[in-house]
Write a protein that binds this ligand. Sequence first.
Ligand code: HEM
Length: 477
Amino acid sequence: RRASKYPPGPPGKPFVGNILDVSPQGAWVKFTSYKDIYGDIVYFHGLGNSVLVLNSLEVIADLLEKKASSYSDRPTFTVVGELMNLFQGMPLLPYGPEWRTQRKLAHSALSPSSVKKYHIIQEDLAAMLCREILDDPKDFFSAVRLAAERLVLIITYGLSADTADSQYISHADETMHMITKYTVPGAFLCDLLPWMKYLPSWLPFQREAARGREMIERLVATPFEHVQRDMAAGIARPSLTLDLLSSANSDPNTLHHIKWMSGALYGAGGETTYSTVLTCILAMVMYPDQLRKAQEELDRVTGTDRLPTISDRGNLPYVTALIKEVMRWRPVLPLGLARATAADDTYRGYTIPKGTIVIPNVWAIAFEPRGLYSPEIFEPERWLVSSKEDMPVDPADWTFGFARRICPGKHLAENSLFIFISTLLAMFDFAPPDTGHVKVEFEQGMVSYPKPFECKITPRSESKAMQIRERASQSTV
Ligand code: HEM
């Protein structure tokens, strides 16, 4: 039975509450359907927790922004967070002094002016991505993935692409795979019954936790120590970690924070970026007219004898609109990143208990009928109408999260998305495979990206293929 003082929501099931509703496996569509029944705040119990789903930008602003001191915490993941130590990195750190210290480091390293120095690396990697697709168009999935992962490792630690590939990427991939698998609520019984963390170390879940802790420590420590060694030898290449270490004191606490802040960027920055680029490729296969318009604009603005650069962005309104539409059409984090309440609260007369898991349902915002075009279709034109009232809310205002915990990698990510997508569209044509059938299915996990699909990717001309090879051969990464 639900007490009437809580916000409206589906009735709890005996023992487990709404256990299935809490699983992120495609829960966003269900949460959005609740909006018609219960309104824009929906409350229920699941996996031993109370859960509050926020289904509109208005309630997100009321709670995550205006009451930020109570709504900026993260839920506790006992196994991945505490036993595997992942809570030491910014995305899972509780809202408090340690998080604030790492956040300041991230701001200085990833501010709009700081990320300008990475433009050339991003452009180099976009050219290398195109060369890899030219060499093996069928394996475009791996090429996109590798480009986004290299980008984060190179910018964070100043590694060369070869070092990143040979020493770090496969371990980082394996570790991220494990983390994603285990950050699903209820992945371990111990997440529901935290006292289990005191059970003996020979139990299978404790052994798995120890293995995970070792993998995460290696992911975070090895490239960091690489930069420290190169710095001592005077051969460190420019990087975000080098910048932070150069201006830091030698206090072990400061070093600990730099290590964990840098380490968190790979996990937070790689998958989100490559998922968005893959979604764009899928959209281009499905919507040839929109691809054609983007290519016409690119040819007009950048000419036909060079690759785009980040400085072209201001002159490419259609491509910019197309990228916004990719982020709206299939948001990469459809449920954002969950928060937890740090104190009891009252909102619209309802009680929201301390420790409630708060989920911003970004999908509901993306698909809110607003503006001149139906939310179901892929239509970049919706971002080009003359009046703001006829336009939905810009994804830049919600796809990167909110208020005090808004994504610190936003400026870097926007540049990466622009240069990867505009270079791919300028250089290649995208079409359905010979069967004519395009598989449109998305992963239903926390990060939602297209499941492997086939398509035909061909260079737009022989001269474009040559430009790609020439530009990629000049890369310094
Ligand atoms: C398309 C690309 C990206 C998207 C859509 C995205 C989205 C998000 C979202 C929704 C959050 C949660 C914010 C909240 O709780 O309200 C977040 C957090 C975070 N993102 Fe991103 N992100 C992207 C790329 C990046 C990149 C490239 C980096 C770093 C280089 C990065 C680093 C982080 C970090 C460290 C956090 C945790 C912040 C905190 O808890 O205080 N992200 N991101």
